[in-house]
Design a binder for this molecule. Structure first.
Ligand code: S3P
Length: 433
């Protein structure tokens, strides 16, 4: 489906965005190995989350929904391992790297036989970063050059110590999930901080987790085979989705927007600090501090200035960079982002995607191997822009189109459903000429 966006529009009102995707994956997975029924409120209907839901169903976990809650019938660590006697599970992970990477860790730990596959984009993404440490720990895993399909055929894991060589919460979390099934204490180390939802959730569930921090990194010790208590959580709005509306309000005139109940975990909310240092008028009202911090965000039209993004900041804003690129197009000066080579192996090569999108609107951007430099100029022309079937590129292009006079066509815009079903309806409802 192609989408026509008509600019120039301002953004107004009070909105909320779907529940956080990263927390949703973890809540479903960890609840299924907890003992008893977990209650999860605010589970997003995003396609990625549905992939995890479906996968756990395929393994035999009962997950039911009523009007408010998703109820996950956890079977405990040992109950989950008992699924291993069954035929090889066929698991379609769709477009979701978090689903496949977290499940490879979980199922390897439990020695459940499975074949995991996904769509063309997911099949091109690297899995060796997960497969290799798990194989070293004792798992039997087959793959084609470290790509999907990945076949798990058991293998008893031994306690391990592993330093994650790339800043990746998916790799860290996958190994943490595997270690929950292992006798003894395993250690996962990261030298650059990444999102910490797995650590927080395991803490809430009385998992045998201990964290030792150093410089920018941490060592996570997990004592395996400890029964997990059930979850009762309400998932806050996804800041990686909210950012498209925040940027839209900042760059358009006469805009004033409130976004309610958004996740403010510091490993995710750093984009707000960056937009503020660019001159963005953004206020935050914290409404919950325990577990995962949550709050309301207030944004107004702002005069922005360029900034330099340093390497340590990248893992904290990895999913927000397409939206940040749009903000920098409307900022005075040159904004540079370096140390972001991971962007090349997301749902698409996002460095190439951002460069092509910006050029398509007549913007000035220089491609770097590990990022880009954007010259803010503030006026652009309408275009027909490729989404590359990448949800975050489609949403960034749509937000840019809103700030441009005339009609822009965003191609294959239905991909936004991967993370943000209802994105276009909300855009329509909260913007006016
Ligand atoms: C995620 C981690 C990030 C992020 C992805 C979700 C997660 O990936 O880009 O959208 O939920 O752990 P990496 O950890 O591979 O950078």
């Amino acid at each position: 489906m192609d989408k026509i966006i008509e600019g120039k529009r301002s953004v107004q009102g009070v909105i909320s965005v779907p529940g956080d995707k990263s927390i949703a994956h973890r809540a479903l997975i960890l609840s299924s190995i907890a003992s008893g029924v977990s209650r999860v409120k605010g589970l997003s209907t995003a396609a990625d989350v549905q992939s995890t839901l479906q996968a756990l169903g395929d393994i035999g976990i009962s997950i039911k929904k009523d009007s408010e809650f998703t109820l996950v019938h956890g079977v405990g660590i040992e109950g989950f391992e008992q699924k291993r006697g069954k035929d090889e599970a066929e698991i379609d992970c769709g477009n979701s790297a978090t689903t496949v990477r977290l499940l490879i860790g979980l199922l390897s730990g439990a020695q459940i036989r499975a074949r995991l596959f996904g769509d063309a984009s997911l099949s091109s993404r690297p899995m060796m970063r997960i497969v290799s440490p798990l194989k070293s720990a004792g798992a039997y895993i087959g793959s084609i050059d470290g790509h999907l399909p990945v076949v798990l055929s058991g293998g008893r894991l031994k306690a391990f110590q592993y330093r994650v060589p790339v800043p990746s919460a998916q790799v860290k979390s996958s190994l943490m999930l595997a270690s929950l099934f292992i006798d003894g204490t395993s250690c996962v180390e990261e030298t650059a901080s990444t999102r910490d939802h797995t650590e927080r959730m395991l803490g809430l569930m009385d998992g045998g987790i201990q964290v030792e921090k150093f410089d920018l990194g941490k060592r996570i010790f997990i004592k395996g085979r400890k029964p997990l208590s059930c979850l009762d959580i309400s998932i806050p709005g996804d800041i990686s989705s909210a950012v498209f509306f925040i940027v839209s309000a900042l760059i358009s005139s006469s805009s004033k927007l409130e976004i309610r109940d958004v996740l403010l975990n510091p490993t995710r909310s750093h984009i707000l600090d960056i937009l503020k240092r660019m001159g963005g008028k953004i206020e935050v009202e914290v409404t919950q501090k325990k577990g995962e911090p949550v709050g309301n965000i207030f944004v107004e039209s702002s005069k922005l200035r360029a900034t330099e993004i340093e390497g340590w900041e990248v893992p904290f804003i990895i999913d927000e960079i397409p939206a940040l690129a749009v903000a920098s197009l409307f900022s005075e000066g040159s904004t540079s982002i370096r140390g972001a080579a991971e962007l090349r192996i997301k749902e698409s090569d996002r460095i190439k995607g951002i460069v092509a999108m910006v050029k398509s609107f007549g913007g000035e951007i220089q491609e770097l191997e590990d990022g880009f430099i954007i010259n803010g100029k503030g006026y652009f022309h309408t275009t027909e822009v490729e989404s590359l079937h990448d949800h975050r590129i489609a949403m960034a292009a749509s937000v840019l189109a809103l700030a441009v006079n005339g009609k822009t066509l965003v191609k294959d815009a239905e991909c936004v459903d991967v993370s943000f079903p209802g994105f276009y309806d909300l855009l329509e409802a909260s913007t006016s000429m």
